[in-house]
Design a protein around this ligand. Structure first.
Ligand SMILES: [Zn+2]
Length: 420
């Protein structure tokens, strides 16, 4: 990699009102701005000239964060790619919008830096530079390296080990006598339709380590369910891959990268699911489950990156109160299968019974019309005749129910699936 030339930043253009929209936020304090905030040119200059941000990741989310920060006026951004041999693969092109077909095979971190610097003049993107490489383990860098930044934005895939290290380092660096030793952190992550962004002030706020035991455990299915009473496609795929494969091929290890192996699994799972009347098996689902693939969804990356960058902007300028301290996106649709002959009252009972919803005394509406309201009394009286009505007369297939309940901190919108 030694012969790769470093991209050089384009000179900052001097067109007037370039950051007009951002400057509007910094000119005057807002209604909930910290009383110490003095909107001024000094804050704008800090953003463009003195602030230094480190982004750890050049994945789909990292690219999105980098572009957003550069467009907001952050002018000195450093990027580390943890993977020593991370070059652009053709499969990256649909999720990382900074990459083009001509970039396939090149190191991600270089292409990322070049793209941003050539499209957003005045931005300096420094890929982490060892004597002859742009890559490296975050663990190899000394404390002095991290000390130069004001803010660290992490997206460490799902590597718990790396995240714990990256969390512990700024915590250990905090020196109460040196305010500048406090490195603000934003931790982010996405997984399919779910994502999270989190602000961490090391040693002051709860950090990654504090919530380690809240991490999602991998779903495991009891073996007796897989063998005797499979209900899900996952159960059937596990049955074929864990039990049938070793029986049929005692001497051959299942290779999840081998397309012929996946084809065999798919064929046998199809037969198995047919026997148990479970519908919907596909080749890609089979592959996804045996390989444990969670799809990257661009819209999730975009929402999480926007949240991270808004927080970065607020942390660096103090122009508005920061996130306290967790933002979570759950983009998944909850399906609510119901029987056609059910009354509304039965649906409410089903909602209360659902473990994943846990709604007590829910009120329901659909398409803006109230179906049943628990309170106040007048509205309860007006809507309670609906409890005795059949669902087919109240909702259509695929309608989104709006569920409101005292204990739910938000409104749930499960999708109704009418069945015979
Ligand atoms: Zn902690």
């Amino acid at each position: 990699m030694g012969d790769i030339s470093l991209p050089t930043p384009l000179p900052a253009p001097t067109w007037p009102n370039r950051f007009q929209h951002v400057d509007t936020l910094l000119d005057h304090p807002g209604p909930s701005t910290d009383p110490n905030f003095i909107g001024s040119e000094a804050v704008q200059c800090f953003l463009c000239e003195d602030s230094k941000v480190l982004i750890i990741s050049t994945g789909g989310l990292g690219c999105e964060i980098l572009a957003n920060l550069a467009l907001m006026g952050f002018a000195d951004i450093h990027v580390i790619d943890m993977d020593t041999a991370d070059t652009i693969d053709i499969s990256n092109l649909n999720q990382q919008f900074l990459f083009r077909p001509k970039d396939v095979g090149k190191p991600k971190v270089i292409v990322t830096a070049e793209f941003i610097m050539s499209h957003i003049p005045g931005t300096k993107v420094a890929p982490y530079l060892c004597p002859d490489t742009y890559f490296g383990k975050i663990q190899d860098k000394p404390e002095s390296y991290y000390m130069q930044f004001n803010l660290i934005v992490c997206r460490l895939d799902n590597s718990v080990k790396a995240r714990r290290w990256m969390n512990a380092t700024p915590v250990a660096m905090v020196n109460p006598d040196m305010p500048e030793s406090l490195k603000l952190m934003i931790d982010s992550g996405t997984e399919g339709l779910k994502g999270q962004a989190r602000v961490i002030l090391p040693s002051i706020m709860s950090c990654y380590e504090c919530s380690l035991d809240m991490l999602n455990k991998q779903t495991v299915f009891p073996i007796c369910t897989i063998v005797n009473t499979p209900r899900l496609l996952e159960h059937c795929i596990k049955w074929v891959s864990m039990l049938e494969w070793p029986k049929v091929f005692p001497d051959k290890k299942l290779n999840t990268d081998d397309l012929e192996h996946i084809q065999w699994l798919f064929m046998h799972t199809s037969t198995h699911t047919h026997e148990f009347k479970i519908e919907g098996i596909t080749w890609s689902l089979t592959q996804g489950i045996v390989k444990n693939i969670i799809p990257t969804i661009m819209s999730t990356n975009v929402v999480i990156a926007a949240s991270c960058c808004t927080e970065a902007f607020k942390l660096m300028t103090n122009c508005a109160p920061r996130l306290d301290n967790y933002f979570m996106l759950i983009g998944e649709m909850i399906d609510m299968p119901v029987k056609k002959e059910w009354m509304l009252e039965r649906l409410i009972r089903a909602l209360v019974e659902r473990q994943d919803i846990q709604a007590k005394k829910p009120s329901l509406s659909v398409n803006g019309c109230s179906l049943y309201l628990q309170a106040p009394l007048q509205l309860e009286c007006a809507t309670c005749p609906n409890l005795e009505k059949k669902l087919v007369n109240l909702v259509n297939v695929g309608d989104e129910l709006m569920v409101m309940a005292g204990l739910l901190p938000f409104n749930l919108t499960p999708r109704v699936l009418l069945k015979d």
